[in-house]
Design a protein around this ligand. Structure first.
Ligand SMILES: C=CC1=C(C)c2cc3[nH]c(cc4nc(cc5[nH]c(cc1n2)c(C)c5CCC(=O)O)C(CCC(=O)O)=C4C)c(C)c3C=C
Ligand code: FE2
Ligand code: FE2
Length: 342
């Protein structure tokens, strides 16, 4: 029998600094997130980051936490429930870090008699620190605990016409009664090194002005190319004029070079260029979370206004948008009934 596992990133169990520390330790000790030799990763994460970051992150989580829990988890559960109700096969939910775990999601599916699983990493663009780490961990768990199961996975859907359409239409709907002069597409950043490691040709990705616009098999796994391509296709759908939108990368950590331009610097430079009314969209995230609600919705909004900005409109992620639920459900049903190969 067929079933689906939706997988998102995860959140701490609560805003208590102890829970935040436990979550950050699992997250940052992942070799696909901080991709350093174990001894160095252990030194940096346990010896440096975990001494100060949990308190700071806990305070940030407190600002966005809902009565029902973490926005990312609550929104992912709403998505799961609605997709489950619309599809013909069971749909379970898991997080890469924290709870509910991938193991518990697979167990729930097994208890319903599922032995063929469609894994859907809830990330439009491929990255080593997101899609790849989910698929690797799920496969390890399958081999150890569920050897009778078979997996298929939905690849990155950054340029899928259905995804582009629902994203563009949700932006259109959210901005129709707003006054804005420029649209910023802000994606989660990654270290430049991650882009080079994921380059299957080993020579294409130079992170210069050209490589991401030059056709290459490397783009199947190039996060930077996929972000620019999502922007390009959404801008085309919305008929945004050249120069009226920008792509940037947020949420960097540590001292290594990360993808540029940085969201915070880009936003702060807008008012002096005459852009005082800004719309921001965050297409690397399918569900609103700390990085959208706090970093953009609170911090960046505040900085923009401090620097002379007047209006700041943050467009919500797709979350449990009706059109998005229908698209996900259709992808699932097409796979379940073998009408396309996922
Ligand atoms: C080396 C560090 C990190 C990499 C690489 C990274 C990639 C990456 N992350 C997301 C999505 C999310 N990240 C979130 C939080 C978050 N990310 C990092 C670090 C890296 N992310 C940290 C330390 C944190 C924790 C919060 C903090 O202390 O600031 C979240 C939000 C989780 C939530 O509970 O709301 C998301 C979502 C993507 C898409 C990505 C690479 C493409
Ligand atoms: Fe992150
Ligand atoms: Fe590139």
């Amino acid at each position: 029998m067929k079933g689906v596992l939706l997988v998102n990133l995860g959140s701490p169990d609560s805003t208590d600094p102890k829970d935040v520390k436990k979550y950050l330790e699992e997250f940052l000790m992942d070799e696909r997130v901080i991709d350093m030799p174990l001894w160095l990763r252990t030194f940096i994460v346990k010896g440096i980051i975990l001494n100060t970051r949990p308190k700071k992150s806990a305070a940030a989580y407190q600002k966005i936490w809902w009565e029902e829990g973490s926005p990312l988890i609550v929104l992912s559960e709403r998505l799961q429930n609605k997709v489950d109700a619309l599809t013909s096969v069971p749909v379970a939910l898991a997080m890469r870090y924290g709870n509910p775990s991938i193991h518990s999601g697979l167990e729930a599916l097994k208890n319903e008699g599922v032995d063929e699983v469609l894994l859907i990493p809830l990330y439009p663009q491929f990255a080593m620190a997101t899609t790849e780490t989910i698929l690797v961990l799920a496969e390890e768990i399958r081999q150890k605990h569920f050897p009778e199961m078979q997996f298929t996975n939905v690849p990155a859907f950054y340029n899928h016409p259905d995804y582009i359409r629902v994203l563009a239409e949700s932006i259109q709907e959210n901005l129709q009664d707003k006054d804005w002069e420029h649209v910023l597409f802000s994606y989660h950043g990654v270290p430049e090194r991650h882009i080079k490691k994921s380059d299957i040709t080993k020579s294409h990705c130079k992170i210069d002005g050209q490589c991401c616009q030059t056709a290459s098999p490397a783009h199947q796994f190039c996060y930077r190319h996929q972000c620019y391509e999502t922007t390009r296709q959404v801008a085309e759908y919305l008929e945004l004029k050249e120069g009226s939108y920008t792509t940037s990368f947020q949420s960097r950590l540590g001292i290594d070079p990360w993808l540029q331009p940085f969201t915070d610097k880009t936003i702060n430079s807008f008012p002096e260029k005459g852009i005082k009314k800004l719309a921001v969209i965050t297409p690397a995230f399918v569900s609103d979370c700390l990085e959208t609600l706090e970093e953009i919705g609170m911090e960046a909004r505040h900085e923009f206004k401090e620097n002379g900005g007047e209006e700041f409109h943050l467009v919500p992620c797709l979350n449990d948008d009706e059109a998005w639920i229908k698209v996900l459900s259709r992808w699932i049903d097409e796979w379940a009934h073998n009408t396309v190969t996922a």
